[in-house]
Design a protein around this ligand. Structure first.
Ligand SMILES: [Zn+2]
Length: 469
């Protein structure tokens, strides 16, 4: 098997990628494999060098940045280190989508090289931007490094559990055709998950014993709950969860179904592969060669360890630059050395999409998991929805059955008073059902404060730095 891995890695895959125009994957992956062991100082120096190159380039070729920097009296040489980034404005999905066609694009690239891309988050509005084959190749290299970090080698069988039709190694057409056979990749559809279908999936996993199983956190959790009910287990060395917040309860359930200590949380979004857990599971290593991560609250950086919004600078993207991009997720930085020896800094306390949590008038973060855990203890509550209408005003909708008692009611009032503190108002509303979104999803948690602030930012930028946060 060692020979086959080597053949794939050194001959077949590079050849396939070259034919498809994605040859940048392999040299970049080799760089990432080496630099993950560098010290934090070496990685910072690399980031600074890449940042200087990026800023010089966007000042020359991207009208948006030429304008912003001229208006602030900035020259490219004023941005020398990651600390100097604070001189530039924070942007978000709305700013990029409104400007990507013209002002926010790299005019040195021929139009033929620009590939349109889009992504939708947990909310309805889509992000639109340009990418290139080289950028996509580097993105894949970042992802492949995580796979290797969790023990996968090209040629090992792997499974993907996902909603949409499988496109495999997306965007690498030649590999797409090869991978089914050569890479021993199988795909399970998450579109329908009846007990019969789930039982069949468990049989397939047991038969092919993949080394790597990639899935959205909620989907593999759903499968693991089924396996627990049925008393089933399949040992799989690495479960890579992505796309959503992974709670401790979800992690435990998935581990029970597959393997203790082998659930690796990966974090990406809006077309970026940002961070992943190593075998020590103490936070997620950041792809620091590609992304500068800042943690920001009220438009200002917060110290290491403090929670704030994640603001990203993609050092390898110019087609549409992502410089100080507020992805509207929440986390904290951990710069201390990891026991694995990798110098890559870590994201800790990753709290997921901003719509999974909100900030109260007392500046406390509340997460959706606090509410799910609390209501799980009151069987008379069949469903709930928490809506932050203003920063200090919360509406809690409840669907209850006939066993709902006065004591339950009191307990909810007392608990929410404790959660929300004295400076927040809240209202309980008893309803017959919780409405679903147009996509059929039930949202437990809606912050109208966050969603309207994000929309307002389109108009406010680029004159006001940090207006989007
Ligand atoms: Zn580590």
């Amino acid at each position: 098997m060692g020979l086959y891995h080597r053949f794939l890695r050194t001959v077949a895959l590079p050849l396939g990628a070259r034919l498809a125009g994605y040859q940048a994957v392999w040299p970049y992956l080799r760089q990432l494999e080496a630099s993950q062991w560098w010290s934090l100082e070496q990685l910072r120096a690399l980031q600074n060098a890449k940042l200087r190159r990026l800023i010089a380039h966007v000042y020359e070729h991207v009208p948006f940045y030429r304008e912003v920097m001229d208006a602030r009296g900035l020259r490219p040489e004023d941005i020398r280190t990651t600390d100097d980034l604070e001189l530039l404005p924070i942007v978000d999905k709305h700013v990029i989508t409104a400007n990507y066609r013209e002002a926010l694009r790299d005019h040195s690239l021929p139009t033929a090289q620009l590939i349109p891309a889009s992504s939708s988050g947990s909310t309805a509005e889509r992000l639109h931007y340009w990418t290139t084959k080289t950028q996509k190749a580097k993105k894949w290299a970042g992802l492949f490094r995580w796979w290797e970090m969790v023990g996968y080698r090209f040629g090992d069988p792997y499974f993907t559990f996902q909603l949409a039709g499988n496109r495999g190694l997306r965007g690498i057409p030649v590999l797409e055709k090869l991978e089914w056979v050569m890479l021993r990749h199988r795909w399970l559809s998450a579109q329908q998950m009846t007990d019969e279908i789930l039982a069949e999936y468990v049989r397939q996993l047991d038969r092919y014993r993949p080394v790597l199983f990639r899935s959205y956190a909620s989907t593999v959790y759903y499968l693991a709950c089924f396996m627990r009910r049925e008393g089933l287990r399949v040992p799989i060395p690495a479960i890579l969860t992505t796309g959503e917040t992974l709670s401790e309860d979800m992690r435990r359930t998935i581990e029970e179904a597959f393997a203790p200590g082998r659930v690796y949380n990966e974090y990406g979004g809006d077309g970026m592969q940002i961070a992943c857990e190593c075998e020590h599971h103490q936070g997620l290593h950041i792809n620091a060669e590609t992304y500068i991560v800042e943690i920001v609250r009220d438009g200002r950086r917060v110290p290491e360890g403090e929670l704030g919004e994640i603001v990203l600078t993609n050092l390898e993207a110019t087609a549409t630059p992502f410089i100080r991009y507020n992805i509207h997720d929440v986390g904290a930085l951990n710069l201390s050395p990891c026991p694995c020896g990798r110098g890559l800094p870590r994201l800790s306390r990753l709290e997921g999409r901003l719509t999974d949590l909100f900030l109260t008038a007392d500046r406390h973060w509340l997460t959706v998991h606090q509410f799910t855990a609390f209501f799980a203890k009151i069987p008379a509550v069949k469903a709930f929805q928490v809506i932050q209408r203003r920063v200090d005003d919360v509406l809690i909708r409840l669907v209850v059955d006939e066993t709902f008692s006065e004591a339950d009611h009191r307990r909810i009032l007392e608990t929410f008073r404790g959660y929300l503190g004295p400076n927040n108002r809240f209202t309980l509303e008893f309803v017959d059902e919780i409405p679903t979104t147009p996509a059929g999803k039930r949202r437990f948690f809606i912050s109208e404060v966050i969603e309207t602030t994000a929309t307002a930012a389109t108009v406010a930028l680029p004159d006001r730095p940090g207006a989007s946060s």
